[in-house]
Structure formats: structure tokens, C-alpha cells
Design a protein around this ligand. Structure first.
Ligand code: FMN
Ligand code: MN
Length: 474
């Protein structure tokens, strides 16, 4: 059974002992960020739980963090599959080939409380400040920003950072390539402000789709329906002509001001550095609806490893793997976006290559799926576990020669916030940030290699099976 809503999913995390309740009182303006950071830095990924701050000083609303991307195990539980890369990629591939459109219903718990006009106040939500001393104030980090194509009515859902600028004002930064931006440009071409709904806290599939690169033309609502195997139920919003999930925790409705951009940021970004100031859309809030006793949902981003790097790594590598394996039919066995590269800059591809040049084809194929990914892209043989940085570095050390096996493609879409590209005074949307050079490394064996200098495998297996003979009982 798919999860009905965020609450049902949190119950499941609780049952699996994957939700750590923090009952100590916490200050939303510094402490939630610091506790989240220590959890991500100090607890190994395999044991890391999601966090629920039950007692946020001054608010009745608890905050959840890491519930979609606290760890691979949590991500897999959200998808209801086994926590191995094949099962996760398989779920995405199945959903892409069988999306389920949303179902419109008459009413939903998201309308239990409706606050219009002056009654709507963003300051009633426990929105944390993340990079204290650098960010200008609190930011929504897990908004599901819903917009629609004014002609076809097709909805898009994307996660774009949103700065609280006043009780009814948000600054929202949407990058060039994003679908939300495309929609805004369509509304502006008609001289109309863009209707927007910002959804916070849903069953987990929609949040995963909101941060994955779902191709334009496929609605995230339908992709999420495909992932969970059942339609997402939606209701019409109160003050904007958009459909929103009926069982969401909180929905903020409003309009982007027509052709009016405003300074927003700087904001601590997924690269691990502060992102520069941006000229961003301004949202005037017309209404907030929420459930009784709502739960506030956030993503932990900034310095990797973070929930943001884990979640984007899994979603994006699955999309690349699908194209390489299903469409190009290459003998690729795994694709990984390293979290150290913010799940953007550094990609590795593993394969059972059949002929020379095929590893390069896989690299070029990967760069075509999402041209911003993989500034560094390494292809290795199938005996290398690309999820083990030691093994990847071993392949890089002894399976390639820089003069013949490294190639560059200039003038390609850049990892936009890569601070090595331009100095930080260059604004986020400046054309100088659009392009950079890609580096491909073919670190596969191209000729016969000497034998591997290890004891025979059967010796190792025998010693492992009789380990107590050597080591004593542990
Ligand atoms: C925590 C987090 C924050 C993000 N913030 C932004 C942002 O501020 N602006 C942006 O353009 N993309 C941001 N993204 C990336 C988009 O969510 C992602 O590219 C998504 O595919 C966009 O949806 P779309 O393809 O429908 O436009 C963020 C992703 C995550 C995980
Ligand atoms: Mn989209």
C-alpha cells in the first residue's frame, strides 16, 4: 500500500526505527541547522536516521528533516523498495514508463485551516535559518513549487529555494533550465502574474519527483503516481487556479509579481560554499491552508554530505542509468554521482565494456541526458565498485594515461554554482556561469594487464570462513 500522506510515512519510519525524535527544546534560528549538520557529519550514512524536532521553541509545529534523503535506506523506504541501487533505479525506470495521472477530489485535509489575506502569515511557520551568519534569514528548503503551463494546463512541481522576506512575501530563485522558470516566462509573455502554490509535506514520492529531473512534458504529479502505483489525490487551491495535493501538510498560495525581480540570497549551497546573490522572483502570498497541527518539512542542504546531495545523487544517477541502459543499450552496470561533488560535478560509470571506445560513448551519452552533470566523468570496468571512493581512485591511478585517456569538451552547460568557474561577484544568473568544460576519463583497461597481486580468492574465502581460528572469538 502506498503511503497516504507524510504522517503515514513518518509512522512507517518510526516503526523501522529510522526517525529520531528530538524532544529537547530547539531554536529554529540556529539549532535545527546545527543538530542536522552534526547528524550528517558524525553518523555514518548507513546508520543515519531522519530527524523530527518535536519541540521548536515558540511554535506548535514540529520540523522534520532528512525524511526523504537521510540515507539510502530511508530513500528506499520512501519508494518501498530494497535499499540497493538496482532496486532504486528500477523503481524510477518503471515509473517513467508507467506514469499515473493525478485524481481530482472535492475536499482534503489540507483545507482544514484556510487563512486568507492578512490572516496568512509566514512567520507562524518554524522556518529554520541554515547558514547562520551568512544567509540573510530563514529559507524554505523543501518547497514543492507548483506552476502550470497557461495554455495546456500541465502542472510542474519543482523544488526551488525560497527566502522569507516578510509575513506575506517570499523570494524564489529558479535557475534557467528549470521548468518552473519556463512556466513563468509563458505567463509573462501573456502579461500576467504567475499563479504559484508552494506545497510543504506530502507522501514521499512527490518530494522525490520534485528534486529529480523529470523530463519536461511529464508531470511530476503523474511520475509520483507511477512511483507509488496509485494516483496522487489533488484539490483546487483556494486563491490560484492550480491543483494541490489533498493531504499535504501546508500550502502557500500566491502570485509571482509580473516582471519584477528582487535581490535574494546569498544562500549556503549544495557545493558546500555560499551561492552568490540572485535577482529572484517575488511571491506575494494570497492564502495559506494547512491541516490541523501541521508538520513542517525541510531538506538539509549546504555542505555535502547532506540530504540534498544524497537525494539528488540517487534521483539523477537513476535517470542517467535509464538512458544508458534502456535507450542506448550500453553494457553499463552502474552510474554514480559522488556526493563530494554535490551530486553534480563528479560522475562515475561502471560497465562490462565489449569493445574499445564504448566507455567514451557512455560518457558522451551521460553528458547528453543532463548536460550540467559530470564536469568530471570517469568510466571504469565492471570489477570497480564506483560507490567505493578507494576503488575508484585505484582505477584512476592505474588504468589511464592522461595524454590518451583524458578528453575535454568545451562550451558545455556548467555546474552553475561551481565557484572554480567565476569569482563570486558574478551573479547566479549571469551568462558567464552558463558554460564550462567537461572532462572525460576513460579509466578502463585497454590492453592485457598483469595479474592482480592478491592471494587467490579461494584462500581469502577459506580464511574468512575460519576467521575465529586466527582471530579468536570476537
Ligand atoms: C534542497 C534542494 C534545493 C534546491 N534549490 C533549487 C533552487 O533554489 N533553484 C533551482 O533552480 N533549483 C533548485 N534545486 C534543484 C531542482 O529542485 C531540480 O533541478 C528539479 O529538477 C527542478 O524541477 P523542474 O525540473 O521541474 O524544474 C534544488 C534541489 C534540492 C534538492
Ligand atoms: Mn519538471
Amino acid at each position: 500500500m502506498p503511503y497516504l500522506d507524510l504522517r503515514a510515512y513518518l509512522d512507517r519510519l518510526d516503526q523501522e526505527d529510522l526517525l529520531k525524535h528530538i524532544t529537547a527544546p530547539v531554536d529554529k534560528d540556529w539549532e535545527i541547522s546545527a543538530v542536522g549538520r552534526v547528524a550528517f557529519r558524525d553518523i555514518p550514512e548507513s546508520r543515519r536516521p531522519a530527524l523530527m524536532f518535536d519541540n521548536v521553541v515558540g511554535y506548535d509545529v514540529p520540523v522534520v528533516l532528512g525524511v526523504l534523503g537521510g540515507s539510502r535506506r530511508i530513500y528506499a523506504l520512501a519508494l518501498e523498495v530494497e535499499p540497493d541501487p538496482r532496486a532504486i533505479t528500477g523503481a524510477w525506470r518503471r515509473a517513467a514508463s508507467a506514469p499515473v495521472p493525478p485524481r481530482t477530489v472535492g475536499q482534503g485535509p489540507v483545507k482544514e485551516v484556510v487563512l486568507k489575506g492578512d490572516q496568512a502569515d509566514l512567520n507562524t511557520l518554524p522556518v529554520p535559518t541554515w547558514t547562520v551568519g551568512e544567509d540573510p534569514g530563514p529559507y524554505l528548503t523543501a518547497p514543492l513549487v507548483v506552476t502550470k503551463d497557461p495554455e495546456t494546463g500541465a502542472h510542474n512541481v519543482g523544488t526551488y529555494r525560497a527566502q522569507i522576506k516578510g509575513p506575506r512575501t517570499l523570494g524564489v530563485w529558479i535557475n534557467f533550465v528549470q521548468h518552473g522558470r519556463k512556466h513563468v516566462e509563458m505567463w509573462e509573455a501573456r502579461d500576467q502574474p504567475t499563479p504559484v502554490a508552494i506545497v510543504l509535506g506530502t507522501e514521499p514520492a512527490l518530494g522525490l519527483c520534485s528534486v529529480a529531473r523529470v523530463p519536461y512534458g511529464v508531470e511530476e504529479y503523474a511520475m509520483a503516481g507511477g512511483l507509488r502505483g496509485e494516483a496522487i489525490e489533488v484539490v483546487p487551491a483556494e486563491t490560484v487556479d492550480l491543483l494541490v495535493p489533498a493531504r499535504a501538510e501546508i500550502v502557500i498560495e500566491g502570485y509571482f509579481r509580473l516582471r519584477e525581480l528582487e535581490r535574494e540570497g546569498p544562500f549556503g549551497e549544495y557545493t558546500g560554499y555560499m551561492g552568490p546573490l540572485a535577482d529572484s522572483y517575488v511571491l506575494d502570498v494570497t492564502c495559506i491552508t494547512h491541516r490541523h497541527q501541521p508538520i513542517y518539512h525541510a531538506f538539509l542542504s549546504q555542505m555535502p554530505p547532506s540530504e540534498s546531495s544524497l537525494i539528488r545523487s540517487i534521483g539523477r544517477e537513476s535517470a542517467v542509468a535509464k538512458t544508458l541502459m534502456d535507450d542506448l543499450r550500453l553494457p553499463v552496470t552502474d552510474v554514480h554521482l559522488l556526493e563530494a561533488g554535490g551530486a553534480a560535478a563528479y560522475m562515475a560509470i561502471r560497465g562490462r565494456w565489449e569493445h574499445e571506445g564504448q566507455a567514451r560513448q557512455a560518457i558522451l551519452g551521460a553528458w547528453s541526458v543532463d548536460p550540467t552533470l559530470g564536469k568530471i566523468c570517469v568510466a571504469v570496468d565492471d570489477d570497480i565498485d564506483i560507490r567505493d571512493p578507494f576503488a575508484l581512485n585505484w582505477a584512476l591511478s592505474f588504468r589511464m594515461q592522461p595524454d590518451g585517456d583524458v578528453f575535454q569538451v568545451p562550451g558545455y552547460p556548467a555546474v552553475r554554482l561551481d565557484p572554480s568557474q567565476t569569482d563570486e561577484s558574478v551573479p547566479q544568473l549571469d551568462p558567464k556561469r552558463r558554460l564550462s568544460t567537461k572532462m572525460g576519463i576513460d579509466a578502463t583497461k585497454k590492453h592485457a594487464y598483469p595479474p592482480i597481486a592478491m592471494p587467490p580468492a579461494d584462500h581469502l574465502a577459506k580464511v574468512r570462513s575460519e576467521w575465529a581460528t586466527y582471530w579468536g572469538a570476537e
